[in-house]
Design a binder for this molecule. Structure first.
Ligand code: HEC
Length: 208
């Protein structure tokens, strides 16, 4: 029992001395560099940006590179270009698709639509896609009069930023693909707007 006490006391005394010598002098002023138990990444061989200090890696001696000529920042591209925003300079929606609406563009739009939009809006745009079976409620019907009358730029904007339960698609569809989808949504809408008189006689006879 006494032996145990001696061991205990000496280990305890050692612990006290260690803790006090490492931690006890914290905050004391000294001209010597501090004792670092874990230096972590306090000092790294790196260069601050925009300096020349002691660096010979690049021919001009600078620590950072100059942007290649003609570099356009993403922000400025966004601020400048109707095709990237769906908005005119005065903030109004772009009325009509700024890309030329070719069969090729609509085909591309259909392909993207079927992948990214049909799961909720349905292949025909009726708002009855697959996800509605799992509780995705109140998906917009793309044939609504309000959406038919909506400017192309606003639909583009909805694809870019999403709306309520609808996700934004800016990370999956580059601007040109978004316009392609807009063109295909228009094609879906037009497909519902046909009148009976526009159907060729021979086909009209077979309609129910
Ligand atoms: C996750 C399901 C989902 C997907 C995928 C989806 N949407 Fe939607 N979308 C919705 C819902 C829900 C609404 C209704 C939002 C609201 O008004 O609350 C909506 C609304 C809209 C509207 C009407 C916006 C308005 O101003 O009322 C348009 C246009 C639209 N979606 C187009 C698209 C297009 C194009 C795609 C493919 C790029 C797409 N959506 C993908 C769920 C989805």
């Amino acid at each position: 029992m006494r032996k145990f006490l001696v061991y205990f006391l000496s280990i305890w005394a050692l612990a006290v001395v260690t803790v006090v010598s490492v931690a006890g002098l914290r905050g004391g002023l000294s001209r010597k560099p501090p004792l670092e138990v874990f230096p972590d990444m306090d000092r790294q061989p790196k260069l601050r940006p925009q300096t020349t200090a002691g660096f010979a890696g690049f021919a001009d001696g600078k620590s950072s590179r100059v942007h290649p000529a003609g570099t356009v920042s993403r922000e400025s591209a966004r601020a400048l270009d109707e095709t990237a925003t769906g908005k005119k300079a005065d903030g109004a929606w772009v009325d009509a698709n700024p890309l030329s609406v070719t069969a090729e563009l609509v085909r591309r739009g259909r392909e993207r639509y079927d992948i990214y939009c049909a799961p909720c809006h349905g292949l025909a745009g009726d708002g009855n896609g697959f996800t509605t079976k799992f509780g995705m409620a109140a998906v917009a019907k793309l044939h609504d009069e309000r959406l038919i009358k909506m400017a192309d730029g606003e639909i583009f904007n909805t694809i870019t930023y999403g709306k309520n339960l609808m996700y934004p698609y800016a990370d999956k569809l580059v601007p040109n693909d978004r316009w392609a989808v807009v063109a295909y949504v228009r094609a879906l809408q037009v497909s519902r707007l046909g009148k009976k008189e526009e159907v060729p006689d021979a086909v009209r006879a077979t309609l129910k």
